[in-house]
Ligand binder design. Sequence first.
Ligand SMILES: NC(=O)c1ccc[n+]([C@@H]2O[C@H](COP(=O)([O-])OP(=O)(O)OC[C@H]3O[C@@H](n4cnc5c(N)ncnc54)[C@H](O)[C@@H]3O)[C@@H](O)[C@H]2O)c1
Length: 346
Amino acid sequence: MSIKIGKNILKELGGYLRDKNFNRIYIITDDKVNELHFNYLKNILKGFDLRTYILPQGERSKSIDIVLSIYDDLIENNIDRNTAILSFGGGVVGDIAGFVASTYKRGLKYIQIPTTLLSQVDSSIGGKVGVDYGGYKNIIGSFYFPEATFIDPYFLKTLPTRQITCGLGEILKYGLIYDYELFEYTKDRLCNIYEKDLDVLLPIIKKSVDIKEEIVSKDKYDLGLRKMLNFGHTIGHSIETYYDFTKFNHGECVILGMTYESFIGKSLRLIDEDYFDEIYRTLKELMTPIKFNEEEIHDLMDFMRNDKKNIGENIAFVLPVGRGKVDVYYDIDDKMIINSLKGEWI
Ligand SMILES: NC(=O)c1ccc[n+]([C@@H]2O[C@H](COP(=O)([O-])OP(=O)(O)OC[C@H]3O[C@@H](n4cnc5c(N)ncnc54)[C@H](O)[C@@H]3O)[C@@H](O)[C@H]2O)c1
């Protein structure tokens, strides 16, 4: 799999596809990306036989119903194994397109063009594809790696502020789990990032992709080291599910999750006050933490108990243990979790 990153790198897509002898391309995108950027892509793909499937933007589209409807469209259009599937959009489009590519006719080649900051630094790397089902996120899915990923920061220019926050959450996560320097570098440049200064964003994207690739290459199928990427996700996923995937985006929930989970780390004296303050002050700038009431905490705990990362009854937590370092724990006392969610420390 090759990952190509750079300003205007997408201009190389046509040549790449010709070299690989793909002349039929099946593009999966969402209505927003289609409206903003399809013409740009179409110009780059002049001369190719294109067919496009447009799904409604948002997490609700990451469903088995949409997958079935794409299968119908693929069959109706006689799409065969010589066609490349091209995912053009954020993480929702990428996860669905990859899942369709991995299952239709036992696997079609696919190429990712991530257009959100989150998908450029995270979801387009690592081969996890799938859909939500029965109220559970990503519960149906597989591992399927794209032939190539083209990461072009050009697309970020149209990205709304909230989506920048989501990507920033994952970038700061890489810093906190693996590379404290990246955390420091990023937190000192939040303004430039929100202003979409590509000279600042590009090296941060490259570093984030390197980190994710390195972690994934050591644990392709998520059996060990990759678990560290779930920092912020135990509590984050429960918040995302509690609000039925509507109130907050995935990346926003990860930021909240990292805040509460860092508090647990501090309460267990895994990290010192100074480091906790540094994490807390940075994350608070992106997302204001919530003080949950008893009823809400009860529901959040239930969602955490159903998390697929758990072993038996024990909820899995990735907690900070030092600057740029985390570890996995399965024995966190419920009281500790409840205390962090009550937020009396906020
Ligand atoms: N596969 C993985 O390893 C992995 C990792 C992290 C997250 N995810 C998944 O990714 C999804 C979240 O991804 P996301 O944050 O990219 O969300 P998204 O795909 O829903 O995109 C967010 C919004 O931004 C819009 N958008 C996309 N590109 C744009 C652009 N250039 N300009 C303006 N608007 C644009 C979209 O239309 C959408 O409304 C979740 O489903 C999450 O579970 C997967």
